[in-house]
Design a protein around this ligand. Structure first.
Ligand code: PDD
Length: 284
């Protein structure tokens, strides 16, 4: 595989792409990112991803590398150059290169990197089968609403899930589920309510979460935005996760307990269908 990637103003072959060893993304995880899904060669929920990027940058007092229109045209150019019809665009902004110091440097130019990943998103074995998740303490920092590139805790969690022969992990803090390692977590109660943790600094404000909750409300489904425990989740009718890379993905087992009959539940399957059909219509 040899992709064309984007680095600081240039489209280059991935083997030729370079970034400074002094880049604060590399030295300090001083960077933020977005992952946007691509269907039929078009960008899904793009306005939401741009709005969240701007929020992440503002929270960290980091300069924007380019305006929205320019970022959109870089996304499009990259899709065209790599012939991507289904997959992801990864975009990362860091505070840029500066001599190592904990204080933010004055006037460093932000670094901007984008690359694509071609992969099937709609027809995946995991969506058909459902995920089995383990449960772990949430050891991440306290500003999970900022989408930073500090991803070692979720990497460790996914490694622990793999070692246990499972697919992913749900993380728990003070007795309540925060989210999945790279997705937002939901349960469906036995009386049919969709429950997901309310927005705060404790979780990432998922762009897919916002879209799925809007579509669920439009379909007259009942939604409760509140914390829930693992015990409540294990007793639920079903569970699922959402993210740009997985859309809506059913969860069929939590910490060894099968949900319902251990197969993807009807609410998760329906929401996946509704979300994908809406994404295909509204992608830009
Ligand atoms: N992850 N929570 C966490 C911790 C995440 O990393 C993600 C996304 C989400 C879902 O957010 P969204 O719906 O905006 O994708 C929730 C991306 C896909 C990733 O790191 O690959």
């Amino acid at each position: 595989m040899s992709r064309i990637v984007y680095v600081n103003g240039a489209f280059v072959a991935e083997a030729e792409a370079t970034i400074s060893v002094f880049d604060r993304g590399f030295l300090m995880a001083d960077g933020v990112y977005e992952v946007t899904s691509v269907l039929d060669g078009r960008l899904v929920d793009f306005a939401g991803h741009m709005a969240r990027l701007e929020r992440s940058l503002a929270e960290l007092e980091m300069a924007a590398p380019a305006g929205r229109e320019e970022l959109e045209s870089i996304h499009r150019e990259l899709l065209a150059r790599n012939g991507v019809t289904e997959g992801l665009v990864y975009m990362q902004v860091t505070r840029g290169a500066a001599d190592r110091d904990f204080l933010y440097p004055d006037g460093a130019a932000p670094s901007l990197v984008l690359f694509t990943q071609s992969k099937p998103l709609i027809d995946t074995p995991a969506a058909a089968r459902g995920l089995k998740v383990i449960v772990l303490d949430d050891i991440r920092w306290g500003r999970r609403d900022i989408k930073t590139v500090q991803l070692l805790a979720p990497s460790m969690a996914k490694m622990a899930a793999k070692a246990a022969g499972k697919d992913d992990a749900w993380m728990v803090e003070d007795g309540f589920v925060t989210e999945g390692t790279s997705n937002n977590a939901y349960i469906v109660t036995r009386d049919g309510a969709i429950v997901t943790r309310d927005l705060s600094h404790s979780i990432l404000h998922g762009i897919t979460r916002a879209a799925v909750l809007r579509l669920a409300r439009e379909a007259q489904m009942r939604i409760e935005e509140r914390p829930f425990t693992i015990a409540e989740a294990q007793d639920a009718a079903e569970a699922f996760v959402t993210s740009a890379s997985s859309f809506v993905q059913p969860v069929v087992e939590i910490d060894g307990t099968a949900l319902g009959d251990g197969t993807p539940g009807p609410v998760a399957r329906r929401l996946r269908e509704i979300y994908v059909s809406e994404a295909l219509k509204s992608a830009v």
